[in-house]
Design a protein around this ligand. Structure first.
Ligand SMILES: [Zn+2]
Length: 304
């Protein structure tokens, strides 16, 4: 358990036993909220941290999911059973995957292959426990405190950032990028929905909210929110343009695309320490970026 300003508890989910990969956050308030859950395989770690933070089974009011990727939502079904009063807040596009996770889990396991057991699945959540959050949806935490949803498409269409307005704290999920093991911010571009224009537009909107503190899910608070947002935006714009140019020159050549992207915006700064490289490689996140970009440019060129 790691207590941060604003009564935010940062919980390391120890994804695959590796510290500093994936964080979820508890806001201790009258009506406590857990922002993201981690993978199903991290359920015991997260539940233990909640107990250690003094959250009893009937205390947790909210489980707020930034998006329905299994490294963020996989434990939600099991935690909802363990904390039976918690309502699960999610983007409307994500809600059906919580009620019936079959497709989401199958798609994720197909992408990750032999790594799937380290991720686990997702236990279905009863529809009456699910709250679909529109843009600007307010999640009340009691005592006048609340977090507000900010739709944040790009990384996925069903992504939301959460803003604790009174405290200026933003939970940016994967919109800004990943910062692992002492490396620099670098984008997360997974298939099948990544859209660079939406991602850049999202970062313009997050920047305008001027957060004083900003958390990325992988991993932790950034040193300077404005700088991190700007760096993430420049990286994604540059990488997106390089992918499009490569696709125009050599359609379907994903090796050429990978080279073009790494020339335009080298990943060295993100992977500069052994700790950073280990974490980037553990779940093939750099390879998945190439798949995400390849999918994006193919989708774009399929539009008449
Ligand atoms: Zn993530």
């Amino acid at each position: 358990m790691d207590l941060h300003p604003g009564d935010v508890v940062q919980i390391d989910t120890l994804l695959a036993g590796i510290p500093g990969m994936t964080g979820v956050h508890l806001i201790r308030a009258e009506r406590p909220a857990l922002i993201d859950c981690g993978t199903q395989t991290s359920t015991a770690v997260v539940a233990g941290a909640l107990t250690e933070a003094g959250i009893g089974a009937d205390d947790l009011a909210w489980i707020v999911l930034t998006h329905v990727h299994l490294d963020h939502c996989g434990a939600a079904g099991d935690l909802a059973r363990m904390f039976p009063r918690a309502q699960v807040v999610v983007h409307p596009r994500g809600a059906r995957h919580l009620a019936d996770p079959t497709r989401l889990v199958a798609g994720t396991h197909a992408l990750f292959g032999r790594l799937a057991p380290a991720i686990g699945g997702l236990t279905a959540i009863p529809v009456e426990r699910i709250v679909e959050a529109g843009e600007g949806h307010v999640v009340p935490l009691g005592g006048g405190r609340a977090v507000r949803t900010v739709w944040a498409p790009g990384h996925a269409r069903h992504q939301m950032a959460l803003l604790d307005e009174g405290e200026g704290i933003m939970f940016a999920a994967d919109a800004v990028g990943l910062q692992l093991g002492g490396g620099e911010i670098y984008p997360s571009i997974p298939p099948p929905e990544y859209d660079v224009d939406a991602a850049v537009n999202t970062l313009d909107r997050l920047e305008a909210l001027r957060p004083t503190r900003l958390y990325v899910s992988h991993y932790g608070p950034v040193a300077d929110p404005g700088e991190a947002i700007d760096l993430g935006r420049r990286a994604q714009r540059t990488i997106g343009e390089a992918a499009r140019a490569s696709h125009t020159a050599a359609p379907g050549d994903s090796e050429a695309l990978a080279r073009a992207v790494d020339t335009a915006w080298p990943s060295d700064a993100a992977t500069r320490t052994p700790e950073a490289l280990t974490r980037w490689m553990a779940f093939k996140w750099l390879d998945n970026n190439v798949l995400g970009l390849q999918g994006m440019v193919e989708r774009e060129s399929a539009v008449p």
